[in-house]
Design a protein around this ligand. Structure first.
Ligand code: GMT
Length: 380
């Protein structure tokens, strides 16, 4: 198939999922046309089946806010027409599903019918999409999509509660490349970071408020106070970085905390991790937790949103109430000081990650594309 995939280019989860999906589909022989306002962060490989089309947003003196949604719709129309797209798959409802609806209507006038699949990821529903300034447009655009998927059952339920949804939402979970995300020997890296054999605690995020990075540091401080020699590796960057750095200074633990910034090879850090912390205030899935689990790292997470669909209480790690820092810290200490428990949870984590094998999940997308396309073509 010729598939148009639209996403945000940033390090956020939806862009990562869209790009990884594009790569797997391309490896299966599909021609993928990616659209975004900048090159997606993980689209680093040269692949003869992937074409990247940057959406040009021309600035005119009249435009205080250049209309990206319209530029994107025009780009979609161009690609449907000249690259014979069979289907548009947009990741993140706003404004991608709206642009897709417009492009679809423009093409329908010319007698060309292209189905639109919208994948809901998270803040497009829980935060931005529910904002009254966007709500009606998001609701309309979801209802006008030919197929809608959500990355977790929690997100499907949440979407139906927040919006008047008249279409079925299919849950297709996020997925993982089990080859890439597996524990590998990085002893040189471990020695460099932990010369005295300290335990390694890792957190990966975009450092937005919702990720609760200061809570990560508080939990880590409790681990240190318990007398465990440990290092905290913080991967990523974002608005909470400065506040977190200040917190480390205030606690006097800067020597134990490393800010590694945005990294492409996250699996290298996860390979030396003993524990992963993700105490998020909202998480529709928690791709970062799945990446850690795939590298055999036990996870301590909050028990909100889609996280319980990924991390299993007492099996792959522990889940605690959002504000229960004691629970997270106590369980962290337990995992780090009980080798038998650690080894069991590491194995279980990898086993659970195998259920999200990218080959299995991408097949679900392919089947869904066929189903949605067949349905649209049967009525036109
Ligand atoms: O907050 C992020 O990590 C970015 C955000 C996005 O929409 O790009 O991520 C959401 O989508 C990811 C991929 O489906 C999920 O794994 C994240 O849980 C979800 N983030 C939130 O719900 C806060």
């Amino acid at each position: 198939m010729n598939i148009g995939i639209v996403c945000y280019p940033t390090f956020g989860g939806s862009g990562v999922v869209a790009t990884e999906l594009a790569k797997v589909l391309a490896s299966k022989g599909h021609k993928i046309h990616m659209m975004s306002y900048a090159k997606p962060a993980r689209l680093e490989t040269l692949d003869s089946n992937i074409f990247y089309h940057e959406v040009a947003i021309n600035a005119y003196p009249l435009f205080e806010y250049p209309p990206y949604a319209l530029a994107l719709a025009s780009q979609m129309v161009n690609l449907i027409e000249y690259e014979n797209l069979d289907l548009l798959h947009v990741h993140y409802a706003l404004p991608h599903a709206t642009s897709a609806y417009l492009a679809k209507q423009i093409m329908a006038e010319k007698g060309i019918h292209v189905p639109v699949v919208t994948t809901l990821h998270g803040t497009d529903i829980t935060l931005v999409g529910s904002d009254p300034s966007y709500k009606h447009v998001v609701e309309f655009s979801i209802n006008k999509s030919d197929g809608v998927t959500a990355v977790s059952d929690y997100l499907r339920r949440e979407t139906c509660e927040r919006f008047d949804i008249k279409t079925d939402i299919k849950v297709i979970p996020n997925f993982i490349d089990l080859e890439r995300f597996q524990k590998s020997n990085k002893s040189h890296f471990k020695r460099a970071i932990c010369p005295d054999g300290e335990k390694v605690v890792v957190h990966v995020s975009n450092f937005r408020k919702v990720k609760r990075v200061p809570e990560v540091v508080t939990i880590f401080d409790r681990i240190l106070k318990h007398g465990i020699a440990a290092k905290l590796l913080l991967v990523g960057d974002g608005p909470e970085r400065q506040r977190t750095e200040q917190q480390c200074r205030d606690l006097g633990i800067c020597d134990h905390v490393r800010f590694l910034g945005k990294l492409d090879q996250v699996e290298e850090v996860l390979s030396i991790a003993d524990l992963f912390l993700i105490p998020s205030g909202s998480e529709t899935f928690g791709l970062a937790a799945l990446e850690a689990m795939s590298c055999s790292v036990p996870v301590i997470s909050s028990n909100i949103g889609g996280l319980p669909e990924v991390n299993v209480q007492g099996e792959t790690g522990f889940l605690c109430d959002l504000d229960d820092i004691d629970c997270m810290a106590d369980n962290a200490v337990e995992i780090l000081t009980n080798p038998e428990l650690h080894s069991r949870m590491s194995k279980n984590a990898r086993k659970r990650a195998e259920l999200f094998n990218q080959n299995l999940v991408v097949n679900q997308y392919e089947d869904y594309y066929k189903e949605v396309r067949k349905e649209l073509l049967s009525v036109n």
